[in-house]
Design a protein around this ligand. Structure first.
Ligand code: 2AM
Length: 180
């Protein structure tokens, strides 16, 4: 049976993604590593891993239907600091504290996914946008650029497809803004 490697994410507007690319450029001066392509920057809400294609279709249909249970309450996440996951050699941008609404969105999403037999992570939710991979210096820069305000009103379901030399992200569905 074929599977798709899936995750749910918030996807920034092109202008926010461009600002984040500036953050990546600045951090690379200190941390080295490889910048993520601007058009692939995102904040993961739930990583599912490989899911069989029938379930993947169902999840995509449900998300596109965007009923209140499956949609996403709009909210704000400030991107105000750099951080590092040293084991994964990742430099990221994220909030200083997880906003309540975003945590709620994460928890609600996983509660709903559990109904499909998918297992929630045991690790706490650490909202972040990965900016650099393979960093050579595991301390983030002391200072971040001016904070970025991210207002979100929808989420996307993304397939991560392996290609020789890396992976490609393909948005398979997105929720409609609630009330929109
Ligand atoms: P990362 O950027 O911190 O690597 C696609 O891989 C997205 O899912 C990335 O945003 C990645 O986060 C996230 N993700 C979360 N858990 C993952 C896992 N166990 N394996 C791969 N990606 C994961």
């Amino acid at each position: 049976m074929s599977t798709l490697r899936l995750f749910y994410a918030l996807w920034p507007s092109p202008s926010l993604a461009a600002s984040l690319a500036g953050w990546a450029e600045q951090a690379r001066l200190t941390c080295g590593g490889r910048a993520m392509r601007t058009e692939t920057l995102h904040l993961t809400l739930a990583f599912l891993g490989p899911v069989d294609s029938a379930l993947a279709d169902e999840l995509a249909d449900e998300l596109a239907a965007a009923t209140p249970e499956r949609g996403l309450a709009p909210g704000d996440v400030p991107l105000e600091r750099y951080g590092v996951f040293s084991r994964q050699r990742i430099l990221w941008a994220g909030p200083s504290e997880t906003p309540f609404g975003l945590q709620q969105a994460h928890d609600d999403l996983w509660q709903w996914l559990a109904g499909y037999g998918l297992t929630p992570p045991t690790q706490p939710f650490r909202p972040h946008v990965t900016l650099l991979r393979n960093i050579t210096q595991a301390e983030p820069p002391d200072d971040a650029p001016a904070p970025l305000a991210w207002h979100y009103d929808r989420m996307v379901l993304v397939a991560s497809e392996s290609l020789t030399g890396g992976s490609r992200y393909r948005i398979v569905a997105q929720s409609r803004p609630l009330g929109g």
